[in-house]
Each structure stands twice: as C-alpha cells, then as structure tokens.
Design a protein around this ligand. Structure first.
Ligand SMILES: [Zn+2]
Length: 270
C-alpha cells in the first residue's frame, strides 16, 4: 500500500513537471519553512540554478517530490572520451520532424521553444514525441572536463512517460540562423512570444547525428531518473556576439556535474 502511495505521488509530480524545465515560479515566502521541515507539496516551491538556500545543492531538500535530485543516477555528467564503452545495440535515431509554429517562452529557468504538431523520433522501435527544446548557458554536460558556451535539449517523451533528450553543444563560430531569426524575441524575463511563422525543426540539429548515450535524469527539479540521454558529438555554432547576448538572458542556468556512480557512457557513430 505504501508503495502504491509513493508511485501515485511520483506520477502526480511527473504530470505537473512535463519537462526538465517547466515548473511554477512564485516568490517563496516559505523559504524559512524548508530549512526546518521538508514540504510535501512541490507545486509552488522556488528553486534556482545559483548557489544558496534554493540552489542545486539543496534541491533535494526543498520538498518531497524533489528527493530524486539527491539520487545516484543524476545528470549532467562529464563525458570522458577515452573511457567510452562499446555497445553494438545502439542504433541510429530516426527523426520524423516537420515544421512547428513559433512559441517561445521564458519560464524564469530557461528560454524554451514549445513544439506544435506531431514530431517524433524512434530509437530501437520505441517512439518518443518531441515536446519542446530549451537552452542552457554554459553547457550542462562537459567533454573531458571542458564546458561549451551553450547546450540545447530536445525533450521527447514516450507514451509510458520516459524521456529521451537529444542534446547538442554550441561552439563559437558562424552565426546561428535560429538565433538570428528569433533572439530579438526571446523573452528576457518571464514571458512568451508567439507567431504564425513556421520553422523546420530538423534543420536546427547537426547533419551527422553520432551520439554519446547514458541513462540519467532531468537536470532540473524534480530530477526524475527516467531520461535516456543522446548527446550529439557534432556541435552547432553561433557567433561570439550571439552567445554573449544569450548568456546574459540565461544567466548561468546550468546544473553542476553529477557523479557517474558506476554508469558507463556509450556511443553510436554514424
Ligand atoms: Zn535542459
């Protein structure tokens, strides 16, 4: 019975946090309370990427539903390219992306493009629907200890509620077309921009989709450990000016590196 209760609680939390970056944001008057007594309900709990009472090191203590943030299989992680494990079962990701209308939100944790229409990927016969993509500056994952200026997360969910996130890093280089088109509309505080314009989703990812793979978590509360991570080896580019402008909007919205705790990172090469 207790187990059922726990499962129900976890399910409820899933339903209220459909991405690693959704979440209600209100000024927490109850910060004091979290110090002494853990809240049961996570609904209006304030959390932040910056160190402090509501920062990443304390997410697990903010409310019961965030306890996974203290779990053993968390994200992001450092990818050490010399110790990648072979896995011949990994396969190419099949992309079934079309166009989406423009709906850009700033939810105070990230800038996010919500996706309209049926767009999905298939990996090993399992289908995941694309819900949204959003950004972090600097990157969250690192490669051999090195950060990139930015990282994008394409968040997909299967019918049974598991996530597949495709991540790609940005490096300084040529101007980025998406940023060129829409950065002027990125809400700099909580807010939204919509337009009837459509954009081609697949054009936002690098052509070669070789990836690193591991099992981890959402990188923001509730940090659920239900994410298959596909981190593209080939980078996207954006100009120095674009990356600087975006970094000002996102203000270091990356979680510190988490321990692998015995997990292996694997790879698939196209
Ligand atoms: Zn993310």
């Amino acid at each position: 019975m207790k187990k059922i209760l726990i499962y129900t609680t976890v399910l409820t939390i899933f339903l209220s946090f459909i991405s690693c970056n959704t979440g209600n944001e209100t000024e927490s008057e109850k910060k004091q309370e979290t110090k002494t007594e853990q809240k049961k309900d996570c609904k209006d709990v304030h959390w932040s990427h910056h160190s402090g009472e509501d920062g990443p090191e304390n997410w697990k203590n903010l409310c019961e539903g965030f306890s996974d943030c203290g779990g053993r299989f968390q994200s992001p992680v450092n990818i050490i390219t010399d110790s990648i494990a072979e896995n011949s079962n990994l396969a190419a990701i099949t992309f079934n992306y079309g166009d989406s209308k423009v709906n850009i939100i700033n939810n105070s944790h990230t800038v996010q493009f919500n996706i309209s229409g049926e767009n999905n990927i298939t990996i090993n016969n399992r289908k995941y629907k694309l819900l949204q993509f959003h950004f972090h500056t600097s990157s969250e994952h690192t490669v051999n200890g090195n950060y990139f200026p930015a990282e994008v997360h394409f968040v997909h969910q299967s019918e049974d509620g598991n996530y597949a996130v495709i991540a790609a890093f940005y490096e300084e280089g040529e101007e980025n077309e998406l940023f060129k088109m829409y950065m002027k509309y990125f809400p700099t505080a909580e807010g939204e921009y919509t337009s009837e314009d459509k954009f081609d989703i697949l054009s936002l990812l690098p052509e070669n989709k070789s990836y690193y793979y591991y099992k981890g978590s959402l990188t923001t509360p509730p940090c659920s450990e239900t994410v298959s991570w596909y981190i593209l080896k080939n980078n996207l580019s954006a100009s120095k000016e674009q990356l600087e402008e975006f970094a000002k909007i996102l203000d270091n919205n990356f979680r510190p590196i988490q321990k692998l705790n015995g997990r292996k990172i694997e790879e698939y090469t196209e």
